[in-house]
Design a protein around this ligand. Structure first.
Ligand SMILES: Cc1cc2nc3c(=O)[nH]c(=O)nc-3n(C[C@H](O)[C@H](O)[C@H](O)COP(=O)(O)OP(=O)(O)OC[C@H]3O[C@@H](n4cnc5c(N)ncnc54)[C@H](O)[C@@H]3O)c2cc1C
Length: 495
């Protein structure tokens, strides 16, 4: 049988997942990636002699990547070296108390009881109810949701109570834990979706549950090694990667995607086109708006989108006594979250996250030094912020907070090299719509059938994968978007 040709725009996690599945089934797969290497936001960044992950540092739901590799007759461990973290992370609460989060239930109970007396046993109710939520919601989330028929099955109706309609994640965790800061320890995870704990749907009690029940992993060499491993597996099955090749537009004829044109003007034609480039960016830049109906750039302006991130990658002259993952809550956390989602900067009242690999991955930095990845949630580019001037202020604020809250008084003078990424760079260099790095917001009105389908609704022979599409942002769900798109194409050609 003649090999059907699949063109994939972007070698990010979504595109790589599709490429692996389709190449293994014998499709001729060509991946066009603007960067010189795979991974997109899940790639490596080097600053001087120091190495960092650009984006993801928390790896969860390992069974999903097991499945992605298992589908193609492989084991991820042959490509990627996973490290289970214990503790998963340390939290520094607004009042400077700390609590370590453990996957082990008894260790977690002890931590809760020590920090929030009386709240330790809340962990049992958390497990009991969230296990049921997981069992009800996960099959729906992981499935293709292209049509009303796919969604509105008996399974969906049985799951309705677990969507916790009208209740926020913060409300839901209040069922298990009384102390406000105990609730924060189980709701800050809404930031993984770029949302506020007070706005994030209660259904996402799934996220802290997944952490606590399945654990959090690091990967030797950084999570970017997942992208490298996936690209290698796809190549072994015959996928061709065209790096340093930016796609300018998708060629659409009679409502069908038939090919792509690169920035250099070269054209490639295929039977199906998969778009892994960020959803909002693709709608604005890769299609003519006359080819679009549901997702014209104008309609997109009305969609809720996630917050952005300010990144400081700091190569330090020394090492610090820091856990692998440390999350520091702003002194007035609620105000900080409200600022981020109403388009304001918070001055010194910021929350931040530091990832320190000096113990887990000493090769990230020269001997005796360390590579610190510092992340600050900030407003997306719908806010009127001049990042050319504000970048230095946010950098200084987070360094000041590290010196004050963590007590590393000489931090500023210990920076050997540094690199900053602001919402401007996410938008301009990484092609992320409005710098909203966690894509379309995950409110119930933009989930499941209401999120862009993996089979694109506006253009035929075209599929969408990545964080802006169903099932949503976060590596496991993004991998799943790639699997769903690949399954739909395989079915179409009876493979
Ligand atoms: C700072 C940060 C921290 C994060 N932390 C986590 C975490 O801890 N855990 C987690 O699970 N998730 C995390 N995420 C979210 C998410 O998992 C990653 O952003 C993920 O990389 C998104 O994958 P994607 O496939 O949707 O898009 P991308 O990774 O953006 O991939 C899209 C690809 O398309 C390419 N492309 C774009 N336009 C074109 C074009 N015109 N032509 C050719 N190629 C193009 C891009 O270069 C890129 O390689 C984080 C994200 C960020 C930014």
């Amino acid at each position: 049988m003649e090999h059907k040709k699949i063109l994939i725009i972007g070698a990010g996690p979504g595109g790589l997942s599709s490429a692996m599945q389709l190449a293994h089934k014998g499709f001729q797969v060509d991946v066009f990636e603007k960067q010189p290497s795979p991974g997109g936001r899940t790639s490596e960044i080097k600053v001087g002699d120091f190495k960092f992950d650009v984006g993801p540092t928390f790896f969860m739901m390992k069974h999903v990547i097991d499945r992605v590799f298992g589908n193609v007759g492989r084991k991820p461990e042959d490509y990627i070296s996973f490290v289970r973290l214990s503790p998963m992370y340390r939290l520094m609460l607004p009042d400077n108390r700390t609590i370590d989060a453990f996957e082990d239930r008894e260790q977690m109970r002890a931590q809760l009881e020590k920090t929030f007396p009386g709240d330790g046993n809340g962990i049992d109710l958390f497990y009991e109810r969230e296990t049921k939520r997981y069992a009800r919601l996960m099959p729906i989330l992981e499935r293709n949701n292209n049509s009303m028929r796919d969604i509105f099955r008996l399974e969906f109706f049985k799951a309705i109570p677990y969507f916790a309609i009208g209740r926020s994640l913060f409300d839901e965790m209040g069922r298990y834990f009384n102390a406000e800061f105990a609730r924060l320890s189980f709701t800050f995870q809404s930031k993984y979706l770029g949302m506020s704990p007070w706005k994030c749907p209660g259904a996402f009690g799934l996220v802290p549950f997944i952490e606590h029940s399945e654990g959090v992993f690091h990967v030797k060499g950084g999570l970017n090694k997942i992208s490298e491993g996936m690209a290698r597996a796809a190549e072994e099955d015959g996928a061709r990667f065209h790096y340093n090749t930016s796609v300018k537009k998708i060629i659409v004829k009679d409502g069908k995607a038939i090919g792509i044109q690169t920035e250099e003007g070269e054209e490639f034609f295929g039977d199906e086109v998969i778009v892994n480039a960020d959803f909002g960016y693709a709608m604005e830049h890769l299609f003519e708006s006359s080819d679009l109906k549901k997702y014209t750039p104008k309609k997109l302006e009305k969609k809720g989108i996630s917050c952005s991130i300010f990144m400081l990658y700091a190569g330090m002259k020394t090492t610090y006594p820091l856990e692998h993952n440390t999350i520091v809550f702003a002194k007035d956390y609620k105000k900080n979250v409200d600022d981020v989602f109403s388009g304001n900067l918070s001055g010194d009242n910021i929350s931040f996250y530091i990832r320190n690999t000096s113990e887990t991955d000493p090769d990230d930095a020269p001997k005796g030094k360390s590579a610190l990845y510092i992340l600050v949630p900030v407003p997306n580019k719908r806010a009127n912020i001049n990042w050319k001037t504000e970048a230095q202020n946010v950098r200084n604020a987070v360094i000041h907070q590290i010196e004050e809250r963590l007590g590393f008084k000489d931090f500023s003078s210990m920076i050997e090299v540094e690199r900053v990424i602001t919402p401007d760079e996410w938008e301009g260099e990484y092609n992320v719509y409005r710098g909203a790095v966690f894509n379309l917001a995950h409110n119930l009105g933009q989930m499941l059938w209401f999120r862009p389908h993996n089979k694109f609704e506006d253009v035929d022979n075209c599929y969408l994968v990545g964080g802006g599409t169903h099932p949503g942002s976060g590596l496991p769900t993004i991998f799943q978007s790639g699997v769903i798109a690949a399954d739909l194409i395989s079915k179409k050609y009876n493979k």
